[in-house]
Design a protein around this ligand. Sequence first.
Ligand SMILES: C[S@@+](CC[C@H](N)C(=O)[O-])C[C@H]1O[C@@H](n2cnc3c(N)ncnc32)[C@H](O)[C@@H]1O
Length: 387
Amino acid sequence: MLTSRRFQLPKLYDVSRGLYRCTLPFHFHVGRLRGKQASASDDSPEGEKEIEFRLHKSKGQHLLVNPRVLDNILREADVRRTDTVLEIGPGTGNLTLKLLEACRRVVAVEIDRRMVAVLLQRVADHGSQQKLTVIQKDALKVEFPQFDIVVANIPYGISSPLIFKLVYGESRFRSATLLLQHEFAKRLLANPGESEYNRLAANVKLVADVTPGFKVSKRDFLPIPKVDSSVVTIRPKAQIPDVNIAEWLAFTRTCFGKKNKTLGATFKQKRKLAEIFRTSMENEMNKECSVDGYRDNQNISDKDDSSEEDTEEPTEDCLPAHAVESEISLFREKIIRVLRSCGFEDKRPSKLSNGNLLHLLELLNDAGVYFRDCRKPQAENHANAML
Ligand SMILES: C[S@@+](CC[C@H](N)C(=O)[O-])C[C@H]1O[C@@H](n2cnc3c(N)ncnc32)[C@H](O)[C@@H]1O
């Protein structure tokens, strides 16, 4: 049954060339797993079926099969007996079984029902089903229940939006220990001035501390992926800067659009300038029109993600139909004056700390320059921010 030459794997593991093979009770799961992607053979003991299904690269289905690495991840995550652990993408449960032994409860969010079936069976065999809640959904679309920490070998394709959802979401948690693609982890860990520093790092570090763990070889996974991985721990900050989050995210999107351009050059681009001019006018109008005034960053959890009606052109009484060229020209001069006043005109965003960027944003806002699209709900402003 075992195909891995490197590791002694429990009975259920049999991953070879992208196929997952295992034995499940006939009545319990096989029916659900049959079909296009699963097959069953009839020569297993009575009451059981050996099933086989293909692992999908598109869903990042590379299973971590080295028990030493699994143990090291648990150690790195500092799991406590009293913790509820959120695991994104439990797959067939290699990490889940270890987590169940170390904590009070595991909430596992898995998109693939075939994986869920195997996971449930393995956890039942392990005798710890009472401690497991499985949510069979897309982790990006589901509202997470309360949890203390995240420990997960996530599908790498959703790293960026998932981290964003965690650090800018509603849930309060102690830490997230994640296995990430090594190159992605390097970008997340980068500091201003380093070549990998980017908008993702700036945005995450505004609200969380990120610490490196250890590197994991691609040979520790089955099927073997093309890239190595790294463990990283993200800890939300107790105190975050007093800034409108939607505004900050839109601002960093502008600054890091071409991260190696100087800020002076970025703010001279005609299209960019026209866009900022428009949002600034709208924000100013909005401030005057709105009873509540400018929405503060307590609204970052706004869950409305409708898009169509919010992207309509603004009505005439909120925005002049045409921005006259000379007005935009004056607007550009205003921005350049602000950049000069703090000595940032020739600076590149990738070399500035978040403290510098926050200072610049404050000066620009004071001068009536705004970045977030006030026609869109906060959630939508956020959803685009890391992509
Ligand atoms: C890299 S595998 C990890 C499996 C397991 N944790 C392990 O270490 O062996 C990623 C898992 O995430 C699941 N997955 C992919 N996209 C997902 C999504 N959007 N939401 C939840 N789970 C997802 C895949 O089906 C797969 O089981």
